[in-house]
Design a protein around this ligand. Structure first.
Ligand SMILES: Nc1ncnc2c1ncn2[C@@H]1O[C@H](COP(=O)(O)OP(=O)(O)OP(=O)(O)O)[C@@H](O)[C@H]1O
Ligand SMILES: [Mg+2]
Length: 463
């Protein structure tokens, strides 16, 4: 699964935050535990000292080896009273070994039995032990007459931990949601320039190389990237402009010599004294030169379109009149073949455009229809639909294979079928499309191999 940088950043940010938070929580708990234990220890110490004092004063007779049963009962009663409602317990041992006597009281009925077995072998000091699953802090102290053990539940700490855990458990989902939302918003804001730059970059192509990525004010790495990309686009633009200029210059330079060549050949061709084979050859040469002239003219037009130097002089054009002209000229193109030229509809439609260019656009389409239709019909129609002038040429010609359809508007592209013939260089449709676009219109083509082709031009009406 590939996540966007935005999402990944947001997740990293969230995980980092949670880790820091957990560590902080742990640290607080640790500090608290140390602190509270310390306090508890002080309380236990006071308790022990007090018990010691009691033993060594009021109950001093008990410390003799033979216990006084009356005093013993009094001590037990006192112990029961002192520790009646406490969560503490106390054990007093008098004597050592088998003759030791124990007095106990407090939380448990017999705390002595609950102590860990090794407890009495330990050195005097503070211990944390578990009694019936609860944490008890315990102090053990030896005296020359025996020992005293006092323990208390580490209760406050337990409660604090419980409460903090509860708070944390309640807060964590909320925090995750807040972190997700916050992270998402932050990442979105931070990445907005990237998204904008990507959108701008997507729009830039060979036809609008003068555009640039939106300027970025920051002097950070992203600003560096934007500036670098922009200067790269600038270098590309310069390179492309050079090539375009070169093509335009080359086409321009070829025009004059071709005109001269054609004039000379025509002159020679008209010489009365010319012998037949030579005349034939000159005729073929002339055909070639005319084709070449057409190619160079087309190339020159497209090159000027690229450099935006091709003039488009717009004025109101009555399209239906123009279509009549086109129809007549198309008739001449198909003359000897069994192809009928029809004008099925010719609405009175007016557009704002360059008459010569529009004629060229329609003629290029009709020329194709005539070239690739050996019998049947070529049907022209001009209608008005949805505020647009719609011109359609429908032929019953050879058609175009589906996989070649997207390619035929490319410069110099000719379908496999067409490549054999000498007529045509594959620039006609590229020019037609440029003219349509220069008028704010578009061309669509549909075709079925063997059945025919239909080309539709849509142009905005004159307002
Ligand atoms: N009406 C059509 N029927 C069948 N194929 C067509 C039709 N129109 C265009 N094509 C195919 O598309 C190719 C490109 O057309 P385009 O007009 O650009 O070039 P061309 O006609 O070959 O040469 P040019 O127009 O420069 O004389 C043609 O070579 C042809 O293969
Ligand atoms: Mg053509």
């Amino acid at each position: 699964m590939s996540l966007s940088i935005r999402t990944r950043l947001m997740l990293y940010y969230m995980v980092a935050f949670l880790v820091v938070l957990t560590m902080l929580f742990g640290l607080i708990l640790y500090e608290l535990s140390v602190n509270l234990t310390h306090r508890l220890d002080r309380t236990l110490r006071r308790e022990r000292l007090w018990l010691e004092e009691q033993m060594e004063t009021r109950y001093a007779p008990l410390l003799q080896l033979n216990g006084d049963s009356l005093l013993e009962r009094a001590l037990q009663a006192d112990l029961d009273e002192w520790y009646a409602h406490q969560r503490e317990f106390a054990i007093i041992q008098v004597g050592e070994g088998n003759s030791a006597r124990f007095y106990q009281g407090g939380k448990f009925e017999r705390p002595l039995q609950l102590l860990p077995v090794d407890f009495f072998t330990r050195d005097p000091g503070y211990y944390t032990i578990y009694l019936q699953g609860k944490k008890y802090r315990t102090i053990m102290r030896r005296r020359d007459w025996g020992r005293i053990i006092v323990g208390a539940e580490n209760e406050i700490f337990g409660r604090v931990v419980d409460e903090l855990t509860e708070i944390a458990l309640g807060l964590i989902p909320l925090m995750i949601v807040m972190l997700l939302v916050g992270g998402w918003v932050m990442a979105r804001v931070a990445f907005q320039p990237v998204v904008q730059a990507a959108e701008a970059a997507r729009r830039i192509s060979l036809t609008n190389l003068e555009e640039r990525l939106p300027p970025y004010a920051g002097k950070d790495e992203f600003g560096l990237l934007v500036n670098t990309l922009n200067s790269m686009i600038e270098r590309l633009e310069q390179g492309v402009r050079r090539v375009q200029r070169f093509t335009q210059d080359a086409a321009h330079e070829l025009r004059t010599p071709l005109t001269i060549l054609r004039g000379e050949i025509e002159l020679a061709y008209q010489q009365a004294s010319l012998e037949e084979p030579l005349k034939e050859m000159l005729g073929r040469l002339l055909d070639r030169v005319i084709l070449m002239q057409k190619l160079v003219e087309n190339l020159f037009l497209l090159a000027r379109a690229d450099t935006r130097e091709m003039p488009v002089e717009k004025s109101p054009v009555q399209l239906d009149e123009l279509i009549h002209e086109v129809q007549e000229d198309l008739q001449l193109l198909v003359d000897e073949r069994p192809v009928r030229v029809l004008l099925s509809r010719n609405d009175a439609v007016r557009v704002n455009g360059d008459r010569a260019l529009l004629y060229r656009l329609f003629m290029n389409l009709c020329d194709n229809a005539a070239k690739f239709t050996h019998q049947g019909n070529i049907e022209l129609s001009l209608t008005q639909q949805d505020g647009q002038a719609v011109f359609r040429v429908r032929d019953t010609g050879v058609g175009i294979a589906e996989e070649e359809l997207p390619l035929i508007f490319e410069r110099f592209y000719r379908t496999r079928r067409a490549r054999g013939s000498e007529k045509g260089s594959g620039l006609g449709l590229a020019i037609a499309r440029w003219i349509a676009q220069a008028h704010g219109g578009q061309i669509d083509i549909e075709s079925q191999p063997g059945k025919g082709t239909s080309v539709t031009v849509k142009l905005p009406l004159q307002e």
